[in-house]
Design a protein around this ligand. Structure first.
Ligand code: FCB
Length: 432
């Protein structure tokens, strides 16, 4: 049976990228500085001091990248829009060159029958907004709603599937709690307002996008297992699940924060916010990479993660557990009977630098199988996007981690399809 057989008609297969990770051209088209420019240029923050200054130079080579996608045969392309290209200072009239760039990209995709699926925020906040508090400030949520409106005005006639924010948990935790990503704040639990303001921004963006057929937030979700049956480990796993998954999903589908986190958010939640955030209908984007094994700990946080033994690991060291994706999806449906349709907006793995990437083929094959089983078990999954089309700037890891179906040579910027690209191409052809 072909890897793409057995999916419902209309099931979307796509590839995914993000602006700062691929575009480069950071000083062109009137683009303002983002927090990632600042962070990557701060010594010691990224592996080898790598920055996104050039990245894959997609800003100049997007035509070639669209052709790669067309030849691959995907139905959709998830990319992100760099807020500092649209509003260099995070506020005010949109910059015509920034809008123009995404306008041309959208048209190029549509000309090749590929559905544009933009994400409005994939972590590259305008630095000017960070200087005023970033997502710690409620103002940023309001600005985000306005920005979404500008983009919708320009692209809304041709884009029908939108993603508001990417992985608010990762942006909050790594960016504001631990400081391992931009903006590099180390506030630990003091980062919690960032969760609420991102969710509020999502709700305001949904409003700004008006009647767009499909609008979703993309949450990074992980099924959490306790390291042992001990009471302390089981509690630690519940707390971890609360922070990572429920903090961002409960408000959407239950209209409230997990009970143990609500007091920490009371100061920033205002009347009406929860109604703005709560989603009826729409869709949910899910990024899945691996499950998480958790034990009790005595430190700043009451939990710590433990390795998952006995499974292969990616070049990043992430455990490969395809069944975790099935369990995650079924678990979401169990917890939220009103769960809308779901898109897997990212799934993939980093592999050592080679073209014969059977490891990635096995990874994708296993995870697509898990999605198929989840659909058979009643979860309304409408699509699956591979992370990533091409090797790119992997945040603090710089260019070392290679997630691409297509290899990028970071000296010449040449793109070379890998075996996994050919494999997916054959599967898409077979599907027809
Ligand atoms: C996700 C990010 C994406 C990419 C993958 C590997 O957390 O959304 O940009 O870095 O991890």
């Amino acid at each position: 049976m072909g890897v793409l057989s057995g999916f419902p008609d209309g099931f979307v297969v796509g590839v995914s990228t993000a602006s700062y990770q691929i575009e480069g051209a950071v000083h062109e088209g009137g683009r303002g500085a983002s927090i990632w420019d600042t962070f990557a240029h701060t010594p010691g923050k990224t592996l080898g001091g790598d920055t996104g200054d050039v990245a894959c130079d997609h800003y100049h080579r997007f035509g070639e990248d669209v052709e790669l996608m067309a030849a691959l045969g995907v139905d959709a392309y998830r990319f992100s829009i760099a807020w500092p290209r649209i509003q260099p200072d995070g506020t005010g009239a949109p910059h015509p060159d920034g809008l123009g760039f995404y306008d041309r990209l959208v048209d190029a995709l549509l000309a090749r029958g590929i559905a544009p699926t933009p994400t409005l925020f994939h972590w590259d906040l305008p630095q000017a907004l960070e200087d005023q508090g970033g997502w710690l400030s409620r103002e940023t949520a309001l600005r985000f709603g306005e920005y979404a409106g500008h983009v919708a005005d320009r692209l809304g006639d041709r884009v029908s599937r939108w993603i508001t924010l990417n992985e608010p948990i990762v942006h909050m935790a790594q960016g504001y709690a631990f400081g391992t990503h931009a903006p590099g704040r180390e506030l630990m639990l003091g980062a919690l307002p960032v969760a609420h303001h991102q969710l509020l921004g999502h709700g305001l963006a949904v409003q700004a996008l008006g009647g767009a057929p499909e609008v979703m937030i993309t949450n990074n979700c992980t099924p959490v297992q306790a390291a042992s049956d001990d009471e302390a480990d089981r509690v630690a796993a519940m707390v971890y699940d609360g922070f990572h998954n429920r903090l961002f999903n409960d408000p959407l589908f239950l209209g409230e924060y997990p009970e143990f986190l609500a007091p920490g958010l009371a100061e920033v939640v205002r009347d009406g916010d929860m109604a703005t955030i709560r989603t009826d209908g729409g869709a949910l984007g899910v990024n899945y990479y691996n499950p998480t094994r958790v034990a009790a700990a005595e430190g700043d946080l009451p939990f710590e993660t433990r390795p998952i033994e006995g499974v292969p690991t990616t070049a990043f060291g992430w455990p490969v557990v395809p069944s975790g994706l099935h369990d995650l999806l079924v678990g979401l449906k169990d917890r939220y009977p009103n769960l809308p349709s779901v898109y897997i907006t990212e799934n993939g793995c980093s592999v050592e630098d080679r073209l014969d990437d059977q490891f990635r083929i096995d990874y994708l094959d296993g995870h697509l199988g898990a999605v198929r089983r989840a659909i058979a078990d009643g979860v309304d999954v409408r699509g699956y996007f591979v992370w990533s089309l091409l090797d790119n700037f992997e945040w603090a890891e710089g260019y070392r981690q290679r997630f691409g179906l297509v290899r990028t040579d970071f000296d010449t910027l040449a793109r070379t399809p890998r075996d996994s690209y050919r494999w997916l191409q054959a599967a898409l052809r077979e599907r027809g």
